[in-house]
Ligand binder design. Structure first.
Ligand code: ADP
Ligand code: ADP
Length: 212
C-alpha cells in the first residue's frame, strides 16, 4: 500500500503513521524526521534547512523532492510506504505524480483537528533525538522526560514554540491544504478521519476506513 497522511501540523500524523506502517509492515517516510536528522548530522542539506525550519517555513521544493525521491527508491519502499509530511506543496504533489504516475498512490488519510487543539498538542509534544514522540499529558513516557524506547532525554522541538506554530499553521493553510483539492480532482480517494479521539480511537478509525 502506498498511502499519504495529510493534515495540519500536530494533528497526529506521525503518531498514527508509525502505528499503521507497523501494522502493514511498510516504512514510515517522514520528511520532517529526515530533515531533522540532516540538521543533527550537519550535512549540507541540514545546514540549509536548519533556519528555515526554526522559522516554521518550508524547505525549498527542489531539496525536499530530491531527498524524497532518493528515499522511495530504496528497496524497502518497493512494497509500499506511508508518506508523512510530503507532499506539502502543489509542486511537490506534481513531482510525486510525475515520478510515480497518477495511479500509484492507493489513498490518503486526512486527520482533521482544530487549531486550539493543535496548539495544545504541539505545546505538550516532547521528542527524543531518535524521533520518538510523546505528549506530556496524553501520551507520557513511563519515566518523566525519558524515552521508553531508547532511554534518551526528551526535549521540545525548537519549532514547537507557540509563535512558530502559528506561522506553521499559516503556511499549512496557504501551501499544503490546497493539496486536498489537488488530489480530489485527480481522483485519489481521501479518507477523512476525526483526529479528536485518543490515540487508540484515531488508530481504530484509520484501520476501519482503510479496511486493513
Ligand atoms: P509537523 O509536526 O508540523 O507535521 P514536520 O516534522 O513534518 O512537522 O516538519 C517540520 C518542518 O520540516 C516543517 O515546518 C518544514 O520546515 C520542514 N519540512 C518537513 N517536510 C517538508 C516538506 N515536504 N517540504 C518542505 N519543508 C518540509
Ligand atoms: P504531527 O505528525 O501531525 O505533527 P504528532 O503525531 O507529532 O503530529 O502529534 C502531535 C502531538 O500530539 C504529540 O505530542 C502527540 O503525542 C500528541 N498526539 C497525537 N495523537 C494524539 C491524540 N489522538 N490525542 C492526544 N494527543 C495526541
Amino acid at each position: 500500500m502506498k498511502l499519504l497522511f495529510l493534515g495540519p501540523p500536530g494533528a497526529g500524523k506521525g503518531t498514527q503513521a508509525v502505528r499503521i506502517a507497523g501494522r502493514l509492515n511498510i516504512p514510515h517516510i517522514a520528511t520532517g524526521n529526515m530533515l531533522r536528522e540532516a540538521v543533527a548530522a550537519g550535512t549540507e542539506l541540514g545546514l540549509v534547512a536548519k533556519e528555515v525550519m526554526a522559522r516554521g517555513d518550508l524547505v525549498s521544493d527542489d531539496l525536499v523532492i530530491a531527498m524524497l525521491e532518493e528515499r522511495i527508491e530504496q528497496p524497502d519502499a518497493e512494497r509500499g510506504f506511508i508518506l508523512d509530511g510530503f507532499p506539502r506543496t502543489i509542486a511537490q504533489g506534481e513531482a510525486l505524480a510525475e515520478r510515480m504516475g497518477d495511479s500509484a498512490l492507493d489513498g490518503a488519510v486526512y486527520i482533521g483537528v482544530e487549531d486550539d487543539e493543535i496548539v495544545r498538542r504541539i505545546s505538550g509534544r516532547r521528542t527524543c533525538p531518535n524521533q520518538h514522540v510523546y505528549h506530556v499529558d496524553d501520551n507520557p513516557p513511563e519515566v518523566f522526560g525519558v524515552c521508553d524506547i531508547d532511554n534518551e532525554t526528551l526535549v521540545q522541538r525548537e519549532d514547537d514554540a507557540e509563535d512558530v506554530v502559528r506561522n506553521r499553521l499559516r503556511v499549512y493553510r496557504e501551501q499544503t491544504e490546497p493539496l486536498v483539492e489537488f488530489y480530489t480532482s485527480r481522483g485519489l480517494r481521501i479518507h477523512p478521519v476525526n483526529g479528536l479521539g485518543d490515540l487508540d480511537e484515531v488508530e481504530a478509525a484509520i484501520v476501519a476506513t482503510l479496511d486493513i
